[in-house]
Ligand binder design. Sequence first.
Ligand code: HPA
Length: 275
Amino acid sequence: MERVSKMTSYPGKKAVAAAAYITGLLAKVPPVALVTGSGLGGIGADMTDTRHISYADIPHFPVSAIKGHAGEIVAGRMGTKDLMVFSGRVHYYEGHAIQTVVFPMQVLAALGTKAVVLTNACGSVNPDFSPGDAVLIQGHLDLMREISLSMREPQRIYDPGLNRQAKKAAGTVGVRLKEGIYAAFSGPSYETPAEIRAAAVMGADMVGMSTVPEATEAHELGLRVMGISFITNLAAGLSQNPLSHKEVIEIADKNLPMFTKLLKQIVQTQDLTES
Ligand code: HPA
């Protein structure tokens, strides 16, 4: 049986309608977007000349029911750069179709956005990583395998030029940005210790439940993609304590100043539309 791709290389009609609504509210559409993960949405507070657009008001735009995900676009300026922050995202584990999960990437493509920075909170598999670390995503393992990929081999989803820029920016603010492979499980339950051992054998450095569908779709649509993971916990079986969403949010909160400093430096000092 032929495997039909669920991804598209052009934005659909609904995405075009959503983009038209957003464009209508903004004097200028920023060329760079930042998508924030669990508990990481606060960065919009450091922007100037902001315009807030609630996801709920955008035609066809999916809204998350998860705590810690505000659900709005904050468009404005970060330093001298125009930026659009997508505060909150919907997850596959909430029961959304994968096409819904990647819909915001279609909207970005329809808006003409050049680069997207995807962030997430995740668990660490690599013993050299610990909670509070920031890790640049070099590549991923798609263990959701829900988005049968298009026939085009998805190579270099995470733009090597953008990764160089991220490392440069991290160096200037004294943040040690590690690098690793992100494995996405479909959730909603956290992984079992056996699954984590399997993920480690497959080469995963960290595990989470997001980013991979969006990164794949954004790349397919021609956007430049950067992914940054923030480690909030040791993956299942690697620590004595059972995992909880509360703990993930707490660690994210505690490290928010460092995350924010890093992300601000990346978007403020680097031209992510070029490398
Ligand atoms: N596993 C999956 N998703 C996560 C984790 C984890 O350990 N931590 C934060 N999100």
